[in-house]
Design a protein around this ligand. Structure first.
Ligand SMILES: O=C(O)C1=C[C@@H](OP(=O)(O)O)[C@@H](O)[C@H](O)C1
Ligand SMILES: C=C(OP(=O)(O)O)C(=O)O
Length: 669
């Protein structure tokens, strides 16, 4: 997951390949609660692991359910067998509607001493219609903040099950879902639910009914207006249950297939884990995408999407049945041939943010014309020549972040900045990694930031931190020489011209990776082994062998991947990435560098002499800057940064400031 404050997506050109999507949020949280309410153990396969399911799981643990997971195996829930939880609990449910609403109903009918709260936005998301319905039943629920909204306090009910319960269905279908899941716990007689007002988001009720049936409860229904939980209903665990991939998450990759073509022509995007037979209503996004021109084939557990009509064809659609996935249509509409209208989406205003306002505001930043009404949105296409680089505010709404990543396919090759990218953690923590794994763009569009400089200038530390802040890949090219030297020594090769070819052959195959501050050689952590003074001297010798340098060039170029690269070394800006948009030459006085190295060694318990260290450094500088191939010198267009008087954080800030100054995003965003 990208935990940076922003993520810059370079202009993307195509996409190709297959993606396996994480589990459905709606199914995961229903299955977790149902498993918690029934007797015995339920094994849940392919459960979504995200913020929304974590808050649900944590709540279930607090309520006394058994939750176990063996490495790589299914999650095992041991339920409460329909009994009220034995302990009082204060439950924090983040911004998960699928946790807050159903847990409120289940705990209210079971009774106890509970408090349910969430993030600030959750306290602005309505729950009054559900509370009103539960109060008709005799449940005791008090508002701890604003009436009609969480946080809530729940006490002991005095249940009255004789009269039908009325619940409004026109604000959120989750209120009806919550009642349908809670009432089997107390169905000593038939319990009738009457839906008042036009029920929205109907397919989510189908998910609820299907999963209730899997757990042994068959609800009778009269269309969408009356539901009866039969007397004697009782939850029974199916033993084991599989969560299909999330159809709403699929919408971003369906759109990706519809918008882009791959290198190899029309291969398109294959989506694994969810298919035409999904029980999720958002699978009907497929119909909307087809109407816009996408070519979609589907099977039992897969979808295959290719670009069809181009530009996309505008649509005018009632989106009430696909409230979440419909947001994706708003961004597809930017690539259409005429204005598209999304109707009957009033519920967007009470979700993670006011989504009608958010989609309109952010699309306008890209240059689009957008009209909005109380329950509709009209997006005009954005023709080539009119796209702007924009910093997209995401309002802590995962879907705003995921939708706008698709704007990076714009014909004007503008990058897109996504602010607070980690908001995708609500339902799809690895969304951007998944996108970058299939997205394609010419390599010269992938930004590279080079930090070169002499030994002990602090460039490694600074570069690693800059990479972390930008969410970019990191190449420690100095380590490549050290690793090559280590691999050569281990292979019994003396580091000299006589062994140049053999060392070069070794370097060509070097299985090296930089992960979380560690350096891995064929999976072995060699971070310490390559940091000795001796390894440093060997690295310098190895780097003077032209054939080895040539072998490492290709390896280093391969690190330039989406969304970008920070490369640190001695010739990154001069030789390896000469067209990098920012090159920094980081130096410090020899005295200062000797002192830093001295402190580093002493802190590791290695004895050292500061004068010797300084003499070594100066000798190495002289050798590196006078070598015939790629000598150490600043690139002509490099910015010099003397870190002698700077802390690491100050140096990092300076480099990031230079980087920001080169980005096209408006400052006010
Ligand atoms: O029951 C569910 O799993 C959901 C129902 C929908 O909410 P509304 O019924 O409030 O539209 C949907 O937007 C939400 O993401 C999940
Ligand atoms: C509306 C959403 O979430 P919630 O389940 O919190 O309602 C959503 O995921 O788009």
């Amino acid at each position: 997951m990208f935990t940076t404050t922003f993520l810059d997506i370079p202009p993307l050109a195509g996409a190709d390949g297959s993606v396996t999507l994480p589990g459905s949020k709606s199914i995961s949280n229903r299955v977790l609660l149902l498993a918690a309410l029934c007797e015995g153990q339920t094994s849940v396969h392919d459960l979504l692991d995200s913020d929304d399911t974590r808050v649900m799981l944590e709540a279930l643990r607090q309520l006394g359910c058994g939750v176990e997971q063996a490495e790589g195996g299914p999650l095992r829930i041991t339920g409460l067998g329909g009994q009220p939880p034995a302990t009082a609990a204060r439950l924090f449910l983040g911004n998960a509607g699928t946790a807050m609403r159903p847990l409120t109903a289940a705990l209210a009918v079971l009774g106890g001493d509970f408090e349910l709260s969430g993030v600030a936005r959750m306290h602005e998301r309505p729950i009054g219609d559900l509370v009103d319905a539960l109060r008709q039943l005799g449940c005791r629920i008090d508002y701890r903040g604003n009436p009609g909204y969480p946080p809530l306090a729940i006490g002991q009910p005095a249940l009255r099950l004789d009269a039908p319960i009325a619940v409004r269905g026109d604000v959120s279908s989750q209120f009806l879902t919550a009642l349908l899941m809670a009432l089997p716990l107390v169905a000593r007689r038939d319990i009738v639910i009457d839906v008042v007002g036009e029920l929205i988001s109907k397919p989510y009720i189908e998910i609820t009914l299907q999963l209730l049936a899997r757990f042994g409860v068959v609800v009778q229904r009269e269309g969408w207006s009356r539901f009866t939980v039969p007397a004697g209903s009782r939850y029974r665990s199916p033993g084991s249950i599989h969560v299909e991939a999330d159809a709403s998450s699929a919408s971003y990759f369906i759109a990706l297939g519809a918008i882009s073509t791959g290198d190899a022509g029309q291969n398109g995007i294959k989506i694994l884990g969810v298919g035409a037979d999904s029980i999720q209503g958002d699978i009907r996004f497929v119909e909307a995408a087809r109407a816009m021109g996408a070519q979609i084939d589907s099977g039992p557990n897969w979808l295959h999407v290719r670009r069809g009509a181009w530009p996309l064809q505008a649509i005018d659609l009632d989106c009430n049945h696909i409230p979440d996935a419909a947001m994706t249509l708003a961004v597809m509409a930017l690539y259409a041939d005429a204005p598209s209208t999304l109707r009957n989406i009033a519920s967007w205003r009470v979700k993670e943010t006011d989504r009608i306002a958010a989609m309109a505001t952010e699309a306008r930043k890209l240059g689009a014309t957008v009209e909005e009404g109380l329950d509709w949105l009209r997006i005009h296409p954005l023709p080539a020549g009119h796209w702007r680089a924009a910093a997209i505010h995401t309002y802590d709404d995962h879907r705003v972040a995921m939708c706008f990543s698709l704007a990076a396919f714009n014909p004007d090759a503008r990058p897109v900045r996504i602010l607070d990218p980690q908001c995708v953690a609500k339902t799809f923590p690895d969304y951007f990694e998944t996108l970058f794994a299939v997205a394609q763009t010419p390599v010269e569009r992938i930004p590279v930031l080079c930090i070169d400089g002499p030994t002990a200038s602090g460039k490694g530390t600074v570069a690693a931190k800059v990479a972390q802040r930008l969410g970019y890949h990191f190449l420690d090219s100095g380590a490549m020489y050290r690793i090559t030297a280590l691999a050569a020594t281990r292979a019994g090769l003396a580091i000299d011209a006589a062994h140049e070819e053999r060392i070069a052959a070794l370097a060509r195959q070097l299985p090296v990776r930089f992960r979380a501050g560690r350096i891995l050689l064929a999976g072995e952590d060699v971070s310490e082994a390559i940091r000795t003074e001796e390894a440093g001297m060997n690295a310098s010798r190895v780097s003077a062998l032209p054939a080895v340098r040539a072998a490492l060039v290709a390896l280093q170029l391969g690190f330039r991947g989406l969304p970008g690269l920070v490369a640190d070394g001695r010739d990154m800006g001069t030789v390896i990435f000469p067209s990098a948009p920012l090159k920094v030459y980081l130096t410090a006085s020899a005295a200062c560098r000797a002192e830093r190295r001295y402190k580093q060694l002493i802190s590791k318990g290695i004895s050292a002499n500061i004068d010797d260290l300084r003499a070594d450094l100066e000798a190495r500088d002289a050798r590196d800057s006078s070598r015939p191939v790629a000598p150490l010198r600043p690139a002509q267009d490099a910015l010099l940064l003397d870190s002698s008087a700077l802390t690491i954080e100050q140096a990092v800030s300076q480099v990031l400031q230079w980087w920001q100054e080169r980005q096209p995003f408006p400052r006010a965003d």
